[in-house]
Unconditional design. Structure first.
Lengths: 365, 307, 346
């Protein structure tokens, strides 16, 4: 059939070109340069989750000039595609693969033992053959922002715009409420679930809805400045939780912290270069090599509040204080963490309850 | 309590405005007999073009203007394929939706997650001084008020001017209109471009005013809802306005409901706008006579100038 | 000549793509290699091409049956999701293993897709509601339903509270055909669908009725072909195919349920259907080509550092070029001044 012949011609001429082109393709690894494959689920932007990952791999490249090169894919939305992409990266000379989100964790768990290269996954839980994991104790950051919120609220109503009720978001929320109630036991926090990691219109509506219910400080897990801008529009405080948006939210960002994954990327690259990489689980919060960094504090914060936050930060870094130290009760009044002892890590990783003082529910199974 | 009510009303008006623009634009297009399914693509492209322009020029109005041009341009592309080249309008519209979405993602590469922060307008500051209503008036951007003017202008144009009559005639029977000597193709082009320009405004409003931020796919299906709106408004501008605010209301209700503690799973609340579209669509179009009396009879049918 | 316009469209899109690459400062020959040869230069690459093409071809065949009858099913994405929900739900909650599990899942998936497609069909035949809009709205509803299930009742209790279901047992997965790849027995279903689709459309009376209904509805009605039946057959065919594709993802590359089941296959399949001229054999080729486009997009990111939005852009451009090429192939353009045309009419 004529159509088949024409198609064949196209393929043949392309094949002919291939021989001339093989030399120019960058499939061949240059000697001595470690190629690191990084796969983003969403688009890389100026703020938010993907931005922090991007900042980290750029820091990694900068820490080993000329020796480490990152090949980056973004918008790999689905697990099916992530699997193929990781495999392609592994077969094309990338000796270290970085997964950037928990939805890639299942894929990497499956692939890592078979691929023969080092793999790391952000927000993964357990290590396995060839797979290390790293995650931030962001609740340490939200606890500190909670202290600021508890002290600065005038209505005693806080607001939280949650994306999805996954453990990371839940323990962040709980940390926030615990921090606030540690300085102001009368505070309550209303929760709205946006059901999307990034839907600016809905996030803005959520903030407005919370304001109409008297919240005068809102926090959440924002990937964009929308929540902060919406709060500013209404004249209330916003908290840059896992993101410093003060470049956009000029006046009304109360306090903020960021995620800094550079340590994880740099350590993974360093060990791979030195040949002594081992699967490690890094779950770190505040501190010099940690993944949580407090950032811009609003000048309106009174000195004694800043002092309280700083004191708690030092205690956390020194290991003397754990934000989830009992007694902690959940919304129904049931005691979840015994008095005097900190919560176990495994309970945090799989947390599915909200602390007392939170108003709003979790979708139940 | 009244504070909450006012918040809900304002939120509803704001949420409905992009739908008003996009649906009114599509209404004019469809009245001329052209079915342009690519509204989602035109809205997204309008959104990113408006956002980029507003960021570069620090002026929302220039952004809106640029978005109108972008929307009209995409609509022209569709018009060339569907009107001049007489291709299947459904397929061409779908192609436009996909293409427009991809184009917006590409253009938006460097702008994802960035925010548009502009100094507060001095006009707004003056208006807000007005006693009683001032503070509420300024919560709505002028584009919201302009959308009402647009509605009035379109109603007047369609039903009280000769040009509007000709447009409707083209939609009802292009062959007759052509025989009388009206330039059917040109009128359809203009109507389609107008629809594209309005979709562009809707997108720009969403990206520069409603949220002041760009993220990929931020219209989240509003273009398709606008298409549905035109149908169940039975191609009457006043009903388009009502329908748009109905949607705006359903969309905001789910969030206010969550905060008020209504124990419905958030996914169910999020489905409401889409389910509501289906229900209203069914209620209106099951009356075939009503539809037949109001739908442009030549809608979606290609027009061959030489008979 | 029938297949000339897709080829012209492909070539035009290729030219458009190369121009884009040159404008972005890339070597066009390297780009050509990356886009066409590189993704399929290994056995794994070829198997991935087939795995990705399978749902596209399957859904497109089902949709084509409807499109030929002027029944516009835009809800394949939602029907795929419901197929995934039904089949996944069966595997997770009703049965636990056995040789019959997989066939039961396949049936459940097809039924799920058909149920979801029956809604727009019903609303169109009984209430005259536009099936484009209804099926499209149902896409969003289906997606939200899956999201609700995965974040809620179906969440894996051993899954550290991540939004995912329990992994499916081995009996619930398609057997792998080529070890070391992901190519599974699901592709056999696709082949069967292509053959059945072709047979129904080109060799049966029902197919003939559908095609006539699409080409000239008044004539079809005059001949006694029921439009209602055409709508039902068209929608259910698309729904069943999309539902089967849903099973294909769950019992195939996914192996469990996640908050989304499909990277937009339901929409891409519409383009595949048109590119294949609404004919199952043509769809076989256009599906493979579309799959190559996806893989090329990833290769372009890895090897050429091009942005990920390129894929969506190309798909849309392809459809536009196709519609333009259609005209060039099917019509002769006569350039004549307007007045002479008017004289011709009167």
């Amino acid at each position: 059939m004529s159509s088949l012949t024409r198609r064949n011609v196209l393929q043949l001429s392309a094949a002919g070109l291939a021989t001339t082109v093989a030399g120019t393709s960058n499939l061949l690894a240059q000697d001595g340069v470690l190629k690191v494959g990084v796969v983003h689920q969403g688009p890389i932007s100026d703020t938010g989750w993907e931005f922090f990952q991007a900042r980290a791999w750029r820091a990694m490249e900068a820490a080993f000039p000329g020796k480490v090169k990152a090949t980056v894919l973004d918008n790999v939305l689905q697990a099916q595609d992530a699997e193929r992409v990781f495999r392609q990266l592994a077969t094309q000379g990338h000796k270290l693969l970085m997964g950037t989100t928990f939805s890639q964790y299942a894929t990497l768990r499956k692939l890592a033992p078979t691929l023969g290269v080092n793999c790391e996954c952000c927000a993964g839980i357990e290590t396995t053959t060839n797979l290390g994991v790293f995650e931030a104790r962001s609740y340490e950051g939200t606890y500190l922002t909670g202290i600021a919120a508890g002290k600065m609220t005038k209505t005693n109503v806080l607001g939280w715009v949650g994306a999805f009720p996954v453990p990371q978001v839940i323990y962040n929320l709980n940390g926030f409420v615990l921090g606030a109630r540690s300085v102001n036991p009368d505070v309550v926090c209303k929760v709205v679930w946006a059901n999307s990691w990034s839907d600016p219109a809905k996030e803005k509506d959520a903030v407005n809805a919370l304001v109409s219910q008297n919240a005068d400080i809102v926090s959440g897990s924002p990937n964009t400045p929308v929540q902060g801008l919406a709060a500013e529009e209404k004249g209330i405080w916003a908290i840059g939780s896992t993101g410093d948006f003060s470049a956009y939210v000029k006046n009304k960002q109360l306090t903020s912290f960021e995620l800094d994954w550079s340590a994880a990327y740099i350590e993974a690259a360093r060990h791979t270069l030195a040949g002594d990489w081992k699967p490690t689980a890094r779950w770190r919060g505040l501190g010099p090599d940690g993944f949580v960094k407090m950032t811009t504090q609003n000048p309106a914060l009174p000195k004694e509040v800043l002092a309280m936050m700083s004191e708690k930060e030092q205690a956390i870094v020194a290991g003397k204080f754990h934000p989830f130290t009992g007694p902690i009760k959940d919304q129904s009044g049931k005691l979840r963490v015994a008095a005097g002892a900190p919560i176990a890590d495994t309970d945090l990783r799989g947390i599915d309850w909200l602390v007392e003082g939170t108003q709003g529910s979790l979708p139940r199974g | 309590m009244s504070g909450v009510l006012i918040s809900i009303v304002i939120a509803t008006l704001v949420a409905g405005t992009p739908l008003v623009y996009a649906a009114l634009g599509e209404l004019v297009t469809e009245k001329s007999g052209v079915l342009n399914l690519g509204v989602e693509g035109m809205m997204l492209t309008g959104a990113i073009v408006g956002f980029i322009t507003a960021t570069a020029t620090q002026s929302i109005w220039l952004g809106v203007l640029a978005a109108m041009l972008a929307g009209a341009l995409l609509a022209t592309l569709f018009a060339v394929i569907a009107i001049t080249l007489v291709a299947n309008q459904v397929a061409a519209g779908l192609a436009l939706a996909v293409f427009g979405t991809g184009l917006s993602s590409l253009l938006g590469k460097g702008y994802t997650g960035t925010s548009l922060v502009l100094p507060p307008s001095p006009v707004a500051a003056t208006v807000s001084q007005v006693a009683w209503v001032g503070q509420y008036l300024t919560q709505l951007h002028p584009l919201v008020y302009l959308s009402w003017l647009l509605f009035a202008a379109i109603s007047y144009f369609l039903y009280r001017t000769k040009a509007g009559l000709v447009l409707r005639a083209v939609g009802e029977s292009p062959a007759s209109a052509h025989a009388i000597g009206y330039p059917v193709v040109r009128i359809r082009y203009l109507a389609t471009m107008f629809g594209g320009a309005m979709a562009g405004v809707a997108g720009a409003y969403l990206a520069t005013i409603y949220t002041a931020i760009w993220t990929e796919g931020m219209t989240a299906g509003r273009g398709w809802i606008a298409l549905a709106l035109v149908v169940f408004a039975t191609w009457r501008p006043a009903r388009v306005l009502l329908g748009a605010y109905l949607f705006g209301g359903v969309t905001t209700a789910q969030l206010f409901g969550q905060v008020a503690g209504i124990p419905v799973p958030p996914e169910v609340m999020s489905s409401l706008p889409f389910l509501a579209t289906i229900i209203v669509l069914v209620l209106i179009t099951r009356n075939r006579t009503l539809v037949r009396m109001n739908a442009p009879p030549a809608l979606g049918q290609p027009f061959h100038a030489n008979g | 000549m029938q297949y000339a316009s897709p080829l012209i469209a492909v070539l035009l899109t290729a030219v458009f793509g190369l121009l884009l690459c040159v404008a972005a400062g890339r070597n066009p020959w390297a780009a050509l290699y990356t886009f066409t040869i590189s993704p399929v230069s290994t056995l794994y690459g070829v198997s991935e091409l087939l795995i990705k093409a399978a749902p596209l071809i399957l859904i497109a065949v089902g949709l084509a049956i409807g499109f030929q009858a002027n029944v516009w099913n835009i809800g394949a994405e939602g029907q795929l999701t419901i197929g995934a929900i039904f089949s996944g739900g069966l595997a997770l909650h009703v049965a636990s293993d056995g040789v019959l599990l997989l066939p039961a899942m396949i049936i459940a998936g097809a039924v799920g897709g058909m149920v979801w497609a029956a809604l727009p069909a019903l609303l169109r035949t009984r209430f005259n509601a536009n099936e484009i809009l209804v099926s499209l709205m149902l896409n969003y509803v289906a997606q939200l339903w899956l999201s609700y299930l995965i974040y809620g009742p179906w969440r894996d209790p051993q899954g550290f509270n991540f939004p995912q279901s329990k992994p499916l047992v081995a009996d619930a997965l398609y057997p792998i055909l080529v070890p070391g790849t992901r190519l599974n027995a699901g592709v056999l279903i696709v082949l069967v669908a292509v053959i059945v689709g072709w047979f129904v459309l080109k060799r049966t009376f029902v197919g003939f009725q559908l095609r006539v209904t699409g080409l000239a509805e008044p004539a079809a009605r005059y001949a006694g072909f029921s439009t209602t039946r055409a709508i039902w057959i068209g929608m259910l065919a698309g729904g069943a195919a999309a539902g089967l594709a849903g099973v294909g993802e769950v019992a195939g590359p996914l192996g469990q349920l996640f908050p989304t089941a499909s990277p937009g296959y339901g929409y891409a399949a519409i383009i595949v259907a048109f590119l294949g001229r609404l004919s199952p054999i043509g769809i076989l080729f256009s599906g493979l080509f579309m799959s190559l486009l996806y893989l090329s997009g990833e290769a372009a990111q890895i090897e050429l550092n091009l942005p990920s939005a390129t894929t969506g852009l190309f798909q849309g451009a392809l459809l536009f070029m196709l519609l333009a090429a259609d005209l060039l192939v099917n019509y002769t353009i006569v350039v004549a001044p307007a007045r002479r045309l008017q004289e011709k009419i009167s």
